[in-house]
Design a protein around this ligand. Structure first.
Ligand code: SF4
Length: 357
């Protein structure tokens, strides 16, 4: 690593979050939902790592597990050089100030019985010894920072719009001067007209306070705008991670290619030349994932090996990671729009081959 290269603030290794399934009168354990199943990545200091994938792929669970809102099944989570994967909830208290979360639904995440001042002040009450006057001033500064008028401090959340409520949630997340914030679909519940405002606010705050974000979203256009690097998740696993420019220009994994092909293209000339990749079938259940590659039941480029051997998640080019048998060496490039569809492949007319060039 170069001397001036950013260091990881957050390192996740082989993180698993499995939820037990109980059944019967005795509530016996009959299985488990593998919501997050062996995820590894770093988030560099000052960057925004976008985490994308379909609903139910485990991205929100992953964000919550990293902040230890769950007791994780296994793996390590290192934040600011402290390993917190197995730390007790009481010992985590000292770490809470540096790691915070912005929630998806600002309506549900704000207590309707507390006014704005009390909501933003709550973390200060819990974690600091500031005087009442100091807390009042801090709340005012935070309201200024997120673009809320201080005159609204005594109002209740229900008297604000969705965008303003999200600003309150962001102010609360900033109260303890965090280093790392998990933004869990922070714009998904907002009108399109205010989504860009909130994203711009997050960018401004990142610059102002030197924040590091894990930005979870299914909106690939917004992630393209805000993220430094992008990680793609499918059925509890990261299938590709790369710098933003690389992934949007030349996605490696067939799942990433299909996701990107569905992003609306505003330029009609470009849109008419783009080939849409429509995946067949549903996402398998995370309680019963397929053998081998977990994308093999839907992949347009599936090969025999994919159904039995799980592909290793590894760096196939500098800074580019993927888990796919198509990439047996670092120079491979596969365009799945040029591959036969699964029905054709199933008839044996043409089988995709592993690229080794
Ligand atoms: Fe498709 Fe096989 Fe790659 Fe999985 S390993 S994404 S099934 S080609």
């Amino acid at each position: 690593m170069l001397d001036d290269a950013p260091a990881p603030l957050v390192s996740i290794r082989d993180l698993k979050m499995h939820f037990p399934i109980h059944s019967g009168l005795l509530r016996r354990r009959v299985g488990e939902v593998k919501a997050v199943d062996g995820v590894s990545f770093d988030v560099m200091e000052g960057e925004t790592l976008g985490l994308v994938g379909e609903s139910g792929c485990g991205k929100s669970t992953c964000g919550r597990a990293i902040l230890r809102l769950y007791d994780i099944t296994s793996g390590t989570i290192t934040i600011d050089e402290r390993e917190i994967g197995q730390t007790s909830q009481s010992a985590l208290r000292t770490m809470r100030p540096i790691m915070q979360m912005v929630f998806q639904d600002p309506q549900a995440s704000l207590n309707p019985r507390m006014n704005v001042e009390a909501i933003i002040r709550e973390p200060l009450d819990e974690h600091t010894t500031l005087t009442a006057a100091e807390k009042r001033e801090k709340v005012g500064e935070l309201m200024d920072a997120v673009g809320l008028n201080r005159r609204f401090a005594k109002r209740y959340p229900q008297s604000f719009s969705g965008g303003q409520r999200q600003r309150i949630g962001i102010a609360r997340a900033l109260a303890l001067n965090p280093k790392f914030i998990v933004c869990d679909e922070p714009i998904a519940a907002l009108d399109v007209s205010v989504q860009a405002q909130v994203v711009n606010l997050l960018e401004d705050l990142q610059e102002q306070f030197g924040l590091t974000y894990l930005f979870i979203s299914h909106d690939l256009s917004m992630v393209r705008h805000i993220a430094t690097r992008v990680a793609v998740m499918y059925l509890g696993k990261i299938v590709e991670l790369a710098p933003r420019e690389a992934i949007y220009a030349d996605a490696l994994h067939p799942y990433t290619q299909s996701l990107l092909s569905a992003v609306p293209e505003p330029d009609p000339a470009l849109a008419s030349t783009r080939q849409r990749v429509i995946l067949q079938g549903d996402v398998p259940s995370p309680s019963n994932p397929p053998e081998g590659c977990n994308f093999c039941t839907r992949c347009p480029a599936v090969m025999d090996i994919c159904r039995t051997v799980e592909p290793e998640y590894r760096e196939v080019r500098p800074g580019r990671f993927t888990a796919c048998h198509l990439y047996t060496n670092s120079d491979a490039t596969v365009d799945i729009t040029a591959l036969p569809d699964r029905a054709t492949a199933a008839r044996g007319e043409t089988q995709p081959t592993r690229r080794t060039t």
